[in-house]
Structures are given as C-alpha cells and as structure tokens.
Design a protein around this ligand. Structure first.
Ligand SMILES: Cc1cc2nc3c(=O)[nH]c(=O)nc-3n(C[C@H](O)[C@H](O)[C@H](O)COP(=O)(O)O)c2cc1C
Length: 212
C-alpha cells in the first residue's frame, strides 16, 4: 500500500470522546488510538464534546433552534475520513452524551467513512455491549466499522497518572485501532477504490433515516 502521505490532501482522522469527565479514561484511550493514526501519516484531532454546547436531538425538521455548536460539530466531523468513537460504559451501554451527539448527526457526517471503536469501564467485564451497539449504529449510518476494537476493563488501573497505559500490549492494541482506521480510510478514498465506493453509496436508502 502507498504511504498515506502521498495523497494530495492529508487524510484526517478524528476521535469523538463520549465522556465529559475531566481525567476521563475514554479520552486517554482515544489520545493513544489517534497516535496510531498519526503514526501512519494521518492528521488527527480529538473532538471533546465538553467543548461543544449541544442540546438533545429533538428529531424536528426545523433545526433553527439548534445552537451553533451543533453545526460546528457536524462541520468538524465532515472534514474527517476516519472517526474513532470512544465511550465509557454507562449501564451496559454507551454514554448518553455520545449517543445524543451521534443522533445530532447523520449520513452527511458518517456515510462511507471508516470508524474505529474504543471503550472503558469501571468493572471487570469491559464495555463490550457498548461497542456492539456502536457497531450497529455504524451500520445505520452507512459507515465501515473496522474489525479491531478495544474495550478497557477496570480503566482506573489501566492508565498511569500521565494518561499512558500501564502495559504496552494495551498501548499497541489502542494504536492499532487508529492505524486500521487511517489505513482503510486511505484505501477507501484512493482512486482505485472510487468505483466501488460510488456503487456502494448508491445502495438503497435507509428508510428509517433521512439523508441530509
Ligand atoms: C452513569 C454511570 C453508569 C456506569 N455504568 C457502568 C457499568 O454498567 N459497568 C461498569 O463496569 N462501569 C460503569 N460505570 C463506571 C464507568 O464505566 C467508569 O467510571 C469509567 O471510567 C467512566 O469513563 P471515563 O473515565 O471516560 O469518564 C458507570 C459510571 C456512570 C457514571
């Protein structure tokens, strides 16, 4: 595969953090996954939802009451070819913060893009249900969710005080999510793949979701 820096415009991979907590382990995990994407040549950005003033998605066609940050979030996500979603485990699922942010977006932000998934939990099981739900959401948004994913159980003991993983295996697994997202996003936006991409994007419209 060609190195991804040979593209005319740099490939962009963003992470969206589903925890608003300061010192969030989700944010730490995302930073490391993004480093993996950067290592293979992507430009990276962490989207911290606590820096966006969002409201609940109300499902109305008229979005004039939405604050400007809803549109800023959409614009930031549209610029990316790869998106890493990070969530804490909340009651065996993703956080409401992340779900609402995803509900405020749609095909325009996600269709045809690569998605990577990371999660953290306080308990020993790991937020696998949250990741399965996110994988399912990726399908609804016509995005491609890469096979590699990382659920970090007992996150409170997985990272040191500087946000680095205690074990290199975890670091490598998180970075591999970022590498896969960047590499597949590159493949997916390269000239050879465009015919396939066009054919796929003309697939039947999802009747349950409106195309923005
Ligand atoms: C509302 C809420 C629900 C939670 N539910 C679970 C749970 O079902 N399983 C679990 O292992 N941990 C649960 N936790 C613990 C979080 O997963 C844990 O604190 C995690 O580190 C939070 O992510 P953050 O560090 O990125 O903020 C819950 C925490 C909160 C605030």
């Amino acid at each position: 595969m060609e190195p991804i820096q040979h593209r005319e415009t740099a490939l962009r991979v963003i992470g969206i953090c589903g925890s608003l907590r300061s010192n969030s382990y989700t944010r730490m995990a995302l930073h490391i996954a993004l480093r993996g994407a950067q290592e293979v040549g992507a430009q990276i950005q962490l989207i911290d939802l606590c820096e966006y003033h969002l409201v609940f998605c109300d499902g109305n066609q008229d979005e004039s009451a939405y604050p400007p940050d809803v549109f800023r979030l959409r614009a930031d996500v549209r610029q990316a070819q790869g998106i890493i979603l990070g969530t804490p485990e909340y009651h065996n699922s993703m956080s409401g913060v992340l779900k609402n942010a995803l509900d405020l977006m749609g095909f325009a932000e996600f269709e045809g893009k690569m998605i990577g998934l990371v999660s953290v939990s306080g308990g020993t099981v790991g937020a696998v249900d949250a990741l399965n739900s996110l994988r399912n959401i990726g399908r609804a948004l016509h995005a491609w969710v890469v096979p590699e994913q990382v659920a970090v159980p007992e996150a409170w003991k997985a990272f040191d005080t500087t946000g680095q993983p205690q074990h290199t295996v975890l670091q490598q697994r998180l970075m591999e999510v970022g590498r896969q997202v960047a590499r597949f996003a590159y493949l997916h936006t390269s000239e050879q793949a465009l015919d396939f991409l066009r054919a796929w994007e003309s697939a039947p419209i999802n009747p349950g979701a409106e195309k923005r």
